[in-house]
Structures are given as C-alpha cells and as structure tokens.
Design a protein around this ligand. Structure first.
Ligand SMILES: C[S@@+](CC[C@H](N)C(=O)[O-])C[C@H]1O[C@@H](n2cnc3c(N)ncnc32)[C@H](O)[C@@H]1O
Length: 270
C-alpha cells in the first residue's frame, strides 16, 4: 500500500530494484567504501549495541553489506514504501526494515535520539520543492548527540558526458529538463547547498566528498545505469514515447554518461 505523502518519481518494479543493486556496487567501487572511514571508526568505537538508521533504504543492500562489516551494530532500514523490502525471514540477524515517511513532521518518540549513525542515499527523486529541511530535521531527531550523518546524493543539476566532446550538450541537463516537464518549479540547488544547510541546523565537522568524473573502467556501467534511471523516470512520469525514443537514439550515439556523486558527512553537536 502506498503512502499518501509519497512523491517519489521512479517506479518500484523488479527492474528498478535490480538497478539499485547495480548502482550500489558502482557507488562502492567508485568511492572505495560504503561507510566513510571516519564514521566506520565511530561505529566500531561505539561497540556492541551501536545502532544505524538507513533512511530511504530501498531494497536495503547497503545495510545488508554494512551489517556484515559491523556485526556488533544493529541496522534499521526505513522507507516510505515496503515494496523493495526483502522478505523478513531473509533479514540478517542485526538488520530490520520499517516503513517511515522521512519527510513527515514528527519522528516517533521511540526512535528519537536512538542512533549513532544515520545514512541516507539518493532521496533526490523525492524532493520536488527544493526544500530538504524536513529530511534534515528527521536525521537530527534520530541521531544521538555526537552521532554521524552520511548523506549521498547526485549532483542533480548537471550530468557529465564524454565522447571526445562530441555529445550534444542537451545530455548534460537531460535529467533536470525531464523533471521540469512535470514539475516546472522543481529545483536541485539544495544538493550543493547541503553543507551550509546542515551548518544552519547546528551540525558540526561537515565535509564533502565529490566524484566529478567516473573511473574509465566503470564508465560503461555508469552509462547503462544513467540510461536506466532516465527511462524509468520517463515511464513513471508518463513523459511519452518521444522521450523514450530520444533516449534510445542517445544510446546509439555512444557517449559515456554519469551523474557526479556528492557525499556529505556531518556530526550532530555532542
Ligand atoms: C533511489 S531509491 C534509493 C534507495 C537506496 N537508498 C539505495 O541507494 O539503493 C529512493 C528511495 O527513497 C524512498 N522514499 C521516497 N520518498 C520517501 C520518504 N518521504 N520517506 C522515506 N523514503 C522515501 C523510495 O521509496 C525509494 O526506495
């Protein structure tokens, strides 16, 4: 059953979960880690009973992987929809899934201040009005004082292309222009502004990790992923056959395509 506040722009079909799985391994290979080493150490130091919240967890593969790396910690994956959740009998012993609207006004009291680490990846498809404040308020409500946030997004405004400079510049803003066809006042400027926004919310020790270009060995795989996202978005937003045809023509042109990665880490003031 879908949630009434659900603004997600992609589908939740089998192929979407497969795409998230592939994408997870691409992020891991490109960054060299799932959890930033500073935060992994914080979690290690927190010892037995430490807890991690994964917001907008999708099919939860990030948690499944990290729960094996941190067997003494407990992981809870929250998502507005349970459509991607694995069946409960297959959850690792230190992992659980729960439905939660991360943009809702109040975090249930039993969850408040309960987490050493909050991780969130790729909720840019859910924010349409450019306002990330409700999500940040949720992260802060979940975190213990001194706890860490790792928040992974794409650049959002601009995509990277490479075909020796021959790709049509329209591909550099294709995602944004598709979004604007349905949500004319949509904006992704909040992604680049996250460090300042988190500071405004009182967070400390803020730093950013950017990947502007994909590694050559991963370019084919990022490109497949990028086309898959755009096709999914065109389908779920019902943008019509022309957009799908434009994407099919783009594939034949043979350029590499990638959305730059933007990771922010920050700490709730102790
Ligand atoms: C692109 S997927 C990313 C999934 C996962 N984080 C990953 O990296 O594989 C975005 C997820 O955000 C979830 N989502 C959208 N709006 C949400 C909300 N208001 N609260 C919680 N989750 C939400 C969607 O259901 C979807 O599973």
């Amino acid at each position: 059953m879908e949630h009434k506040g659900d603004t997600y722009v992609l589908t939740r079909e089998t192929h979407s979960s497969i795409r998230l799985t592939a994408q997870h391994f691409l992020w891991q290979r490109e960054l060299g880690w799932n959890l930033h080493p500073t935060i992994a150490k914080h979690l290690q130091d927190a010892g037995t009973g430490a807890s991690v919240a994964e917001i907008a967890c999708g099919n939860g593969l990030w948690m499944v992987e990290e729960s094996a790396n941190h067997p003494r910690a407990h992981f809870t994956g929250f998502d507005i929809s349970d459509a991607f959740f694995p069946r409960q009998e297959n959850w690792p012993s230190n992992v659980q899934f729960e439905k939660l609207d991360a943009a809702a006004a109040a975090v249930p009291e039993r969850l408040q201040g309960g987490f050493d680490v909050v991780h969130c990846r790729l909720m840019l498809g859910a924010i349409r009005d450019g306002n990330a404040d409700p999500w940040i308020e949720t992260f802060l409500a979940l975190l213990k004082p001194g706890g860490y946030l790792q928040w992974d997004e794409l650049h959002g405004v601009r995509q990277w292309t490479s075909s020796n400079g021959a790709a049509d510049p329209k591909w550099n803003t294709f995602g944004t222009s598709m979004m604007k066809k349905r949500v004319p006042d949509s904006s992704f400027e909040w992604i680049a502004a996250r460090s300042e926004t988190l500071a405004r919310h009182g967070m400390v020790d803020i730093s950013q990790i950017n990947v502007d270009k994909p590694s050559p060995a991963l370019r084919k795989h990022w490109t497949d992923n990028e086309f898959a996202i755009m096709e999914d978005m065109a389908t779920s937003m019902r943008l019509g056959e022309e957009v799908l045809q434009e994407l099919a023509d783009g594939k034949k042109q043979g350029f590499d395509w990638f959305s730059p990665l933007r990771v922010v880490i920050a700490r709730k003031a102790p």
